[in-house]
Structure formats: C-alpha cells, structure tokens
Ligand binder design. Structure first.
Ligand code: AMP
Length: 429
C-alpha cells in the first residue's frame, strides 16, 4: 500500500510550528481586544451562493466548492468577509453602529502551492462597519501596524492606494463597471500596458490615457509630495480628486497620530477583489515578495448581501506569511517560560505515587510529564535531558517513607532530597 500523504497544498503543523501559529493568533487576539473588536466565530462551510456573491471571477474560480449529502452547493470559506457581511445583513442588522468584528481561523483557496502560498492558510480578520469617516480607515491601518510590531517584525512597509482615483477617471469616460474591473484586474497584476490598451480600445479620450499613464507612475515614500502630484494629475476629474483627498486625509491621520511605520503611496495600486470602493493597502517585508496582509474600504458590500447600506473597512492578515517573515527576520519569542518536569518512579510498583505527585504539581500549574515508557532510571534521565526537560522528580521507596522525593536539576546535574510539601516551592524558586 502506498503511504498516505497530505492533500496537495495542505500542511501538517508539528508542535513547534503549531506553537508559532498559535502565538501569532494570540497576538492578533490581543490587538482585537486593545482596539475593541469582538470576536465572532463563523462556519468554515458556507453556501456557495453567499461566498461567490461578491467575489470576482478570480476568487470564485479558486474556491473549494462541492455538494453536501443533501445536494446543497457549499464551499469552504476563501476569506471571512462574506460571513461577516451575512451576519451584518441579518442577525446584526439592528445593532448600533459601529460594529467592530474580529475573526481568526483557516481559509481555503485553490492557489498554486509555493512558498507562502497554500491552499489552507490562516487569517486574522478585522471589520469595522458603519463609519465612512477616514478615522475608521486609519484605525484599520493602525491596528495592522500594531500587529506587525507586536509579533516582533523589525521592518515592514505599508503600500497604500485608493481605487476611487482610477475608477473616478474611468467613470467620467463612461467605462462601465465590468470594463473597469477588467482594467483594475490587469493593474493588480502590474500589467499596466495591457490595462491602458483596454482603456484605449474602449474609446476613452486621449487625455484620459495620458493622465492614467502618468498616474500609474506616481508612487513613493515621500507620501505628501506624491499626493500633491496625484491631485495635480487628476485635477480635471472631480470624483478622482475627492478620492485623492480622502486618501491624503487618511495618510495624515495615520502619520500624525504618531505611527512611525514606513508607508508608500502608489496611485496605480489595485487589489484583485472587485468590491473595494475606497483606500486599499497591503503590508510587505523586504525579504518576501508576497503581502503579509491587505485590506481596504468596501462601502457597498453589505447592501449586496441584502443589508442596510453600511460603510465598511477591513483587513485580513496572513498568519502563515507573518510566521515566514518572523523566520526571515530572525524574530525570537518567548514561550510561556514554565519549567518542564518529568516524574520517574524507580520501580514499577511506585507508578501510582508518580501519577499522584504529578497531579499535585499540575494543580499548582507546573508542566509535568510522567514517564510512561517504563525505562530504567539512567535511560529515563538521558531521554528527559535530550528532550530539554528542566527537572526530574525521582520517586523512590526510601524517600517516600520520609514523605520526600529526589529533585534532580537536569541542566545543572545536581540533585537533592526534598519533602513533598516543599517540592512546588523548590521548583518555582
Ligand atoms: P486577501 O484576502 O487576498 O487580501 O488576502 C489577505 C492576506 O491573506 C494576504 O495578504 C496574505 O497574507 C494571505 N494570503 C492570501 N492568499 C494566501 C495563500 N494562498 N497562502 C497563504 N496566505 C495567503
């Protein structure tokens, strides 16, 4: 029989990796708490119609979709936003605004597997619903900054743009939404020449093509200088100008609130998903050419799900990629720091005592393993040492008679006889 393997694109997380995953997850939870986002837990499986309602063709074609035994069309969530939107359009319809909602968990996309790109991956997702004001956008950027900082990343960059700038120009040229999406899609893949060709073929004016050509080259980290150039470039397009002013205001709020993070503005920046209506942003690190997180504003989404018109801005952070970036930047982090103890009976007949003492120690919060291999003492100690245990508690008859055990410090290779009632104190010293 051939060996079983994980399904292509799926991975196992062994204890060290799982610990890293949970560590980043715990930091995301902490950020959610600090920014007042309440956690919601939604199903991994949703109806295909819900998940495909707002996603563009690209996401739709990469969903894990199938029929359940009741012949329902269902799919594994490719992101959290659709589930959150479903809730906001239904159960949370009449809740006072704003709603600050946080989720964390696995999502599924039939992407081509490679470094940092998997078919099952983990995201932390934040949605702020009910405010169209720039301070809401700023909060989403700032909380993303907090997460990157708190996991210990040393260098990362925000790339920020605004879909309203390019869409504003294309709308004035009477290009319909479908055409605009096609153009944004090409820009998202950095195929600017192809995008401009579509604009030309759609019979947009010469000026429009010229303005767009100039616009997609406006980028850089002298953000307010770039913003002035963008505004100058689109000055004849009213809604593009409003969009540029909105972006400038958000950048002002972010930088003047004291955020020192490296930010670049990119006027030609487009993110794949079609539902964005305002700012869009991504976080990257110099060591990887893939984004660690991305988000933006989508003010029409909730309506699309049948809810009341609700402004919304949100972000999804790729936890796997944050873990990769931490490795690349050699970020070290402390585990809970508790000492690890193994309890070994010197003979078979003492195993009940070993279990009993282990329970007493665990009740005091000490991490304890009981030897379950029935090894000879020397072998058991050698194994504990190999596995990085700190202490061995040796249960022997002679000591037990005096209500004591031997506590061996495996790192210092010293041992002493300690009264059972003093063991906890001794280990915590
Ligand atoms: P998106 O919903 O496409 O904006 O994705 C948000 C974040 O999820 C990205 O910035 C990545 O960090 C992460 N991500 C997206 N696709 C994958 C994937 N296939 N594997 C791992 N992480 C991913």
């Amino acid at each position: 029989m051939s060996e079983f393997k994980t399904v292509r694109g799926m991975r196992d997380f062994l204890p060290k990796e799982a610990q890293a995953l949970r560590y980043v997850e715990s930091k995301a939870r902490k950020v959610a708490e600090l920014y007042g986002f309440g956690e919601i837990v939604t199903p991994i499986v949703e109806s295909y119609d819900l998940l495909s309602a707002k996603s563009g063709d690209e996401v739709r074609s990469r969903m894990f979709a199938f029929k359940d035994l009741g012949d329902r069309d269902i799919a594994l969530r490719p992101e959290f936003t659709a589930s959150v939107a479903r809730l906001v359009a239904t159960t949370l319809r009449n809740e006072p605004r704003p709603l600050r909602l946080f989720s964390v968990g696995s999502v599924y996309r039939y992407d081509e597997p490679q470094k940092g790109r998997y078919r099952e991956f983990w995201q932390s997702n934040f949605e702020l619903m009910g405010s169209s004001r720039p301070e809401a956008d700023a909060e989403i950027i700032l909380l993303t900054d907090s997460l990157m900082k708190t996991v210990g990343l040393k260098s990362y960059v925000f790339k920020i743009g605004h879909v309203g700038v390019i869409r504003g120009i294309l709308s004035k040229e009477k290009l319909d939404e479908k055409k605009q999406n096609e153009i944004m899609q090409l820009m998202d893949h950095l195929q600017y020449d192809d995008a401009l060709k579509v604009v030309q073929d759609a019979e947009a004016s010469e000026t429009c093509v010229k303005v767009l050509r100039e616009l997609v080259n406006l980028k850089g980290d002298r953000i307010f200088e770039v913003m002035n150039k963008i505004k100058e470039c689109v000055k004849d397009y009213e809604s593009a100008t409003t969009a540029a002013e909105n972006l400038q205001e958000i950048l002002k709020l972010v930088t003047e609130s004291g955020c020192r993070t490296h930010v670049t503005v990119d006027a030609g920046f487009a993110r794949g998903l079609e539902y964005y209506t305002g700012i869009i942003f991504e976080v990257t690190v110099p060591e990887l050419d893939i984004a660690l997180g991305g988000g933006g504003r989508y003010d029409r989404l909730i309506e699309l799900f049948g809810g009341n018109p609700t402004s919304a801005v949100g972000v999804a952070h790729g936890i796997d990629r944050i873990m990769l970036a931490m490795q690349e930047q050699k970020v070290t982090w402390k585990t809970n720091g508790t000492r690890k103890v193994v309890v070994v009976p010197v003979r078979e007949t003492l195993k009940i005592d070993a279990l009993k003492i282990a329970q007493v120690l665990r009740d005091a919060g000490i991490v304890v393993e009981v030897d379950v291999m029935g090894r000879k003492m020397a072998k058991a100690l050698e194994d504990a040492d190999r596995r990085g245990m700190d202490y061995a508690i040796i249960i022997g008859e002679k000591e037990l008679k005096e209500d004591a055990v031997v506590v061996r410090n495996l790192k210092k290779r010293e041992q002493s006889t300690v009264k059972i009632e003093k063991v906890i104190e001794n280990l915590q010293a």
